[in-house]
Design a protein around this ligand. Structure first.
Ligand SMILES: *Cc1c(COP(=O)(O)O)cnc(C)c1O
Length: 407
């Protein structure tokens, strides 16, 4: 296989999910819900299949979905898109981001993203033949953010694109207007195009609002917005995503997308259109449920000596157990799986340099209330049993010294 893709190997998510299966631990590693989405979503998908919507959709996606997406962006954020020319439906946000990167960057170009970041970005940049550059996110008063000086320093004459994920996986940060305006200013000053990954746009807590970068002054004409139905409607297996932006940029994405999947998921597209139109009650219920789950997890962890970082949105909580004698998140995750009955992801795997964020683990709380409750109890008992030290201390001596990085 071609370098640098050959070096990627199996993702940490597959690795940790396999570990959960081997040990019978509760899997709070990979971020997917264990309950279904709204009734209208399931009903319309079934109806669409029964009424013959089973062949190729148009390359752009079915018209009702493109119209529903344009209406939602306008209603929620005041950003207008022409559903025919400025919206394209993709095989999940993953294809949207990959097609956008491949459309905009090539050999010799640099693509920026915030580190840690979603695991598909570095391989997508590699696929495009471009060079990744990162801007670190670090905790300031317990909340992950970036230093505008680091952003400025990461931009060079070859920088073409910046990928901006907010609400952010894995840190749980939702970028403020001030943070977005630093990014917008950099884009305008250096002529960058932004690709925004907004798959958690609806999943913010405590009254924190998601603000799209495209809604900031001067940015709509240089931003490709990517989002997806997977996280908003508990349908991560459907892989219905979309890209919105100015016509010339969307056309470029569509050209790449044409030869990746062409199109996918006709009945699911119809169902997502219906769910988007009726989203309000469902999203209110979902965010209330996720807030409760997050609070339960934070209380259990902080009550037993862990440190939790601000979680303003997403499915994820960043935490460390340094105070409990775990300076290394990978070791913590292995101990947790074998002794604690819970699987989490070492955040180092989501960093460009795994030495960064070495102490952190990412815990997904997007599970049914009883699952979150059991997991929280297990985490409390895990940390109240004093840590065994020294040779042979780990009860299950599986020889794993190192987990492959996910990307
Ligand atoms: C889950 C996730 C995705 C993937 O979305 P799909 O629609 O399933 O492809 C993309 N970006 C981030 C940040 C995610 O957490």
């Amino acid at each position: 296989m071609r370098e640098p893709l050959a070096a990627l190997g199996t993702s940490v998510f597959a690795e940790m999910t396999a570990l959960a299966q081997r040990t019978g631990a509760i899997n709070l590693g990979q971020g997917f819900p264990d309950t279904d989405g709204p009734e209208v979503l399931l009903r319309v998908a079934a109806e669409a299949m029964r009424s013959g919507h089973n062949q190729y959709p148009p390359l752009n996606g079915v018209a009702p979905l493109r119209e529903a997406i344009a209406e939602q962006r306008l209603a929620d954020y005041g950003t207008g898109y022409d559903p025919d020319a400025e919206v394209v439906v993709t095989a999940g946000a993953t294809e949207g981001v990959t097609a956008a990167i491949c459309a905009l960057a090539g050999p010799g170009d640099e693509v920026l993203y915030f580190d840690p970041g979603y695991d598909s970005y570095p391989p997508a940049i590699a696929l495009a033949g471009a060079t990744p550059r990162t801007v670190p996110l670090r905790p300031v008063d317990g909340r992950f953010t970036f230093d505008p000086a680091d952003l400025a320093a990461a931009i060079g004459p070859r920088t073409r694109v910046i990928v901006v994920n907010t609400p952010h996986n894995p840190t749980g940060t939702v970028f403020t207007r001030a943070e977005l305006d630093h990014i917008a200013w950099a884009c305008l000053r250096h002529g960058l195009v932004a690709i925004t990954d907004e798959v958690y746009e609806h999943l913010t807590y405590d009254g924190v609002a998601h603000v799209p970068l495209a809604s900031r002054p001067g940015m709509s004409e240089r931003t490709l917005v990517v989002s997806s139905a997977g996280k908003a409607f508990n349908a991560t297996g459907w892989k219905v995503g979309w890209v919105c932006g100015p016509e010339h940029l969307v056309r470029a994405v569509r050209t790449v997308k044409q030869y990746l999947t062409f199109a996918s998921g006709t009945p699911f597209q119809h169902a997502v259109a219906a769910a988007l139109r009726e989203r309000d009650d469902w999203l209110a219920t979902l965010t209330a449920r996720l807030t409760t789950a997050r609070d339960l997890m934070v209380d259990a962890l902080t009550g037993s000596g862990w440190r939790c970082y601000a979680c303003e949105g997403t499915y994820f909580l960043q935490a460390d157990a340094v105070e409990l004698g775990y300076p290394d998140g990978t070791e913590l995750c292995l101990d947790l799986a074998y002794r604690g009955g819970v699987v989490a992801i070492p955040s180092a795997a989501l960093h460009a340099d795994p030495r960064d964020g070495a102490e952190l683990v990412r815990i997904a709380f997007c599970k049914a209330p009883e699952v979150v409750e059991t997991a929280a109890q297990r985490l409390v008992s895990f940390t109240t049993v004093p840590r065994l030290r020294g040779k042979g201390a780990r009860p299950c001596p599986e020889p794993r010294t190192h987990l492959p990085r996910s990307a």
